[in-house]
Design a protein around this ligand. Structure first.
Ligand code: PGA
Length: 253
């Protein structure tokens, strides 16, 4: 069974003080209200990972995650943060290949394969993002592109390594636009991704991997999206910046 996961992607938002308040509120609400074994991950700006990790304490349900890491081990890469550094402060998760990184920072499949490798080498769990832009969806190329993104950056892994990866399907046209994929569109693509993994690694491996949906998830649409058989949770941007709404989303699994 894949793990049920709701991850918040705070992107480049909040001051330290605001971040501390948000994390404290989410922690209290999630502890009180989220039942079952849903994992909650707060992907904060790197600068806030440690203070927020301290706020969360030794919680077995809520964890911090980074939003990116370098493909390099260490060295003269000004401004970068390595997987080893994240591990050294016990950050367990890292988002890789978010569409904003692909679009604004030129990240491609080959680079992301390196980032996935180095994250796994340091025992971080990558939350690997894939998803098509609007023009590709409109020309009906979405399944081909997403399968290619997954294969390019993940299919060099052996099965045990792949099983450590969380996949997030985030159609670019639904990110930050208020335009969510319908539950049917999400389910269809998640099923395509799972089948693609099954064709290479077998059904058991495919069935064990968490595939999250991302793109304008909110407290009004989460329930329907998470009810889809192949949707194992969500990667939430804008709505993760509000503690009440994010908690309601985490409760919707
Ligand atoms: P959104 O962002 O929920 O604001 O659409 C999702 C994401 O970018 O991960």
């Amino acid at each position: 069974m894949p793990k049920k996961i709701v991850a918040g992607n705070w992107k480049m938002n909040k001051t330290l003080e605001e971040a501390n308040i948000l994390a404290s509120e989410v922690k209290a609400m999630v502890e009180d209200e989220v039942k079952g074994d849903t994992l909650v991950i707060l992907c904060t700006p790197s600068l806030f990972l440690l203070p927020i990790k301290n706020i969360l304490g030794n919680n077995s349900r809520i964890f911090v995650g980074a939003q990116n890491c370098s493909e390099h081990e260490s060295g003269a890469y000004t401004g970068e943060i390595s997987a080893g550094m994240l591990k050294s402060v016990n950050v367990p998760y890292v988002i890789l290949g978010h569409s904003e990184r692909r679009q604004y920072f030129g990240e491609n499949g080959a680079l992301l394969a390196k980032k996935v490798d180095i994250a796994l080498k340091h025992n971080l769990t990558p939350i690997f993002c894939c998803g098509e832009p609007l023009d590709v969806r409109e020309s009906n190329g979405h399944e081909t592109l997403v399968k290619q993104q997954v294969a390019e950056s993940l299919f060099h892994l052996d099965a045990p390594a792949l099983q450590k990866v969380v996949i997030a399907y985030e159609p670019v046209w639904a990110i930050g636009t208020g335009k969510t994929a319908s539950a049917q569109q999400a389910q269809d693509m998640h099923a395509v991704i799972r089948k693609h993994i099954a064709s290479k690694y077998g059904q058991d491996v495919a069935d064990s991997i968490s595939i999250l949906y991302g793109g304008s998830v909110n407290d009004g649409n989460a329930k329907e999206l998470f009810a889809c058989p192949d949707v194992d949770g969500g990667l939430v941007g804008g709505a993760s910046l509000k503690s009440r709404e994010f908690t309601e989303i985490a409760k919707s699994i």
